[in-house]
Design a protein around this ligand. Structure first.
Ligand SMILES: NC(=O)c1ccc[n+]([C@@H]2O[C@H](COP(=O)([O-])OP(=O)(O)OC[C@H]3O[C@@H](n4cnc5c(N)ncnc54)[C@H](OP(=O)(O)O)[C@@H]3O)[C@@H](O)[C@H]2O)c1
Length: 337
């Protein structure tokens, strides 16, 4: 795997990040440790977790493995914001909850610093100044090295960034949005904003929780128990992809797969990695077999004609102000200026 800069920072991360949401959930501890070994043996150095994954067990499993590693060689990313306890303040981006969340993550990971601490989502209740000044202090105190966000809209990220610039605080360096062939709305605002600001983009669910592997041949609604789509606690999360557009995408992936000898999951992941705005997609896997397949998405590129076919099959309805008419208007404004 190649190394890439984490946005505009001096930190290098592998072109695939290992997602660990399955650790302690569908993936037992021993298999999780083998997957971490497998990922680092393939030059992966970037690992993503969160305080809420398996109620903290994902971080604990990583922590046990981390105690046997060279800590400096790894870039560990985690997140805080979602509910971790029953109290009124066990959730959100308040100074109180964030300080607690970081300290608990440090304990579970068994480390004295987090490389990238991400706000898991926007919090409409907490003033942005409170959240960002807390993260600034956590960086100054050496508990976190960099801060990023996840699931923010582009205007929310930009507001946070400008606030940090005005106050002279450490700035967010990354954004973690959902992005895949079935979720391309990220291209409207988030990707152009990130490119323009030099922000790292770390897409989650790059193969739509397994759907783009094409394994649900009888449809997503028939996904067998024991799979992500079959067991999802939130069935609407995957059922919304049961449509003609997804079927068109899978048909093109199947045809290209036969032509180039890569699997549908590898092609779907490679398509995400090939976008110049993307730093490292976060790949999820339940076991070493899936992880080996997904790591095989690195080290090659899709041809222009295959990219065009995939783009056409996955195209979305584009409405104002992203449509051709408004683009033409913007070009005209540039010509006149
Ligand atoms: N910031 C956020 O809000 C957020 C949200 C979600 C995830 N994340 C992060 O992003 C990471 C990846 O998300 P994700 O797990 O949804 O990503 P994904 O890579 O789209 O889906 C992974 C799932 O797909 C199936 N799968 C993986 N490889 C496969 C293959 N080669 N063939 C067939 N099935 C395969 C597995 O589920 P089954 O075997 O059960 O089918 C696996 O758990 C997570 O671990 C987490 O770190 C962040």
């Amino acid at each position: 795997m190649k190394m890439k800069r984490l946005g505009s920072t001096g930190v290098l991360v592998s072109e695939l990040c290992l997602g660990t949401m399955t650790f302690g959930w569908t993936t037992p501890e021993e298999e999780s440790h083998s997957m971490l070994d497998q990922f680092t043996a393939e030059d992966g150095n970037f690992i993503d977790t969160a305080d809420v994954y398996s109620q903290g067990n994902s971080e604990k499993i990583i922590g046990k493995w981390l105690s046997r590693q060279d800590r400096e060689s790894l870039v560990i990313a985690t997140k805080g914001r979602f509910r971790t306890g029953p109290h009124a303040n066990s959730v959100g981006l308040s100074r109180k909850h964030l300080m607690h969340s970081v300290s608990e993550s440090l304990n579970r990971l068994g480390t004295d610093y987090i490389d990238l601490f991400q706000l898991h989502a926007w919090d409409p209740l907490t003033p942005m100044e409170e959240t960002l000044s807390t993260l600034n202090s956590l960086i100054e105190d050496g508990k976190i090295r960099y801060m990023g966000v996840s699931n923010f809209r582009a205007w929310q990220f930009e507001k946070a960034l400008q606030m940090c610039r005005l106050r002279g605080w450490h700035e967010p360096v990354s954004i973690q949005p959902q992005y895949s062939l079935v979720v391309r709305a990220t291209e409207f605002e988030i990707l152009p904003m990130a490119s323009s600001e030099g922000i790292a983009v770390l897409p989650w669910s790059p193969i739509a929780g397994g759907i783009l592997s094409g394994k649900y041949v009888d449809g997503i609604s028939k996904a067998p128990k024991g799979t992500r789509a079959g067991d999802s606690r939130n069935p609407t999360m995957y059922m919304k992809f049961e449509n003609d557009r997804t079927r068109r995408i899978l048909a093109v992936l199947s045809r290209i797969s036969q032509e180039i000898g890569k699997t549908r999951a590898q092609i779907a992941l490679n398509w995400v990695m090939g976008n110049r705005s993307i730093t490292s997609p976060i790949t999820g896997a339940r076991d070493k077999v899936q992880l080996a397949e997904n790591i095989g998405s690195a080290g090659w590129s899709l041809s222009r004609s295959h990219l065009r076919e995939i783009d056409e099959a996955s195209a979305m309805d584009v409405t104002y102000p992203y449509d051709a008419a408004s683009e033409e208007q913007q070009m005209r404004e540039r010509e006149l200026s």
